[in-house]
Design a protein around this ligand. Sequence first.
Ligand SMILES: Nc1ncnc2c1ncn2[C@@H]1O[C@H](COP(=O)(O)OP(=O)(O)O)[C@@H](O)[C@H]1O
Ligand SMILES: [Mg+2]
Length: 366
Amino acid sequence: MAQYQVGILGGGQLARMSMIAAHQLGVKAVSLDPDPASPAAQVGPFIVGSITLPEDIAKVMSCCEFVTFENEFIPASALREACALASFDPANVTPRIETLEVIQDKLTQRRALLAHSVPSPRAVPAADARELGFPCVLKARFGGYDGKGTRYAKSEAEYLSILGEIDVQQWLAEEFVSFNRELAVMVCAGPTTSCFPAMVTEQKNHVCDLVYGVDEEDTQERATKVAIAAVEAVKGQGLFGVELFEHPDGRISVNEIAPRPHNSGHYSLDWGGTSQFEAHILLTLGIFGAVQKGKSTWMANLLGQEGAQDYAKALAALTEKHPEARMHWYGKAEAKPGRKMGHLNICDDSMDTAARDAFYKAWVNL
Ligand SMILES: Nc1ncnc2c1ncn2[C@@H]1O[C@H](COP(=O)(O)OP(=O)(O)O)[C@@H](O)[C@H]1O
Ligand SMILES: [Mg+2]
């Protein structure tokens, strides 16, 4: 018998919330991160090591029955090597290594979607951007997050100037989408497929800011269908966050697939139904049933602020003035401006961000 049932590669907030869910379910889990004080290490067993080193991943595999991850940046080759080192069955990695491999290169991901007729912006290697015309979007094929690795080329001149700053082999170019809204659907691909509701995700400076439910039935249905098709296109098993564009004419296309819990699903910690982290753990064990729906709940991210001070004081101010807000804090050592530090969930239809404002105000001592 392995010491742990689930090994989570990574130690950030997604690993932390997955660890808490595992604990609640009575599933023994362990995380992997170079920092012994990582957000996940603060809430449960951990192994200190790198998520990109086969030897360190193998340490996790050696003591776990099943393995999953919290981001798509672990090279598929490192996972395969780790499986060989630890004599670990690759079928016990969820999502599958083959799926991760397709997703972690945004160009092969786009090609997989288009090959399966899933609506998605046309993409080519960055060197061929002229085929698309301008404006277009240039993206790092590997490792982008929170808009780091996304550049807009409005004209050929801008494109040429960006080319001077990037390694063109490592970038793609894709059609610019003049979207109406950005949506996201969490897909649970287990013994059966079941989805969380489609959510609107509002970004500020390319970082997710607010998440709330899509009201229109018809949009819910169509977004869900496209998201499921996207996950099928990459032969997905496990939990996936599918980011979508809603076009001005109502059409829905896929921006990208995240093979893991996703910021757009954080509200589910407090909606009274299945949480995405519970789903993630159960899907990793291969025993998921179906998403149980809860009440309408929205989420506001809490980002690091210039001059941020005492968290405890800010929490006190929040709870005193806004008892309706549920706090989720990730325990990151440094509140660098823009870094995701926590989020608030509010189980209500109103979209009043006064609770977040009050928190920030107390946090930066305004
Ligand atoms: N083709 C596109 N057209 C217009 N905006 C885009 C396009 N692709 C991405 N964006 C914008 O940039 C953001 C970040 O891009 P994304 O591919 O999701 O990268 P990340 O990995 O940083 O989340 C998206 O949420 C969206 O707002
Ligand atoms: Mg994205």
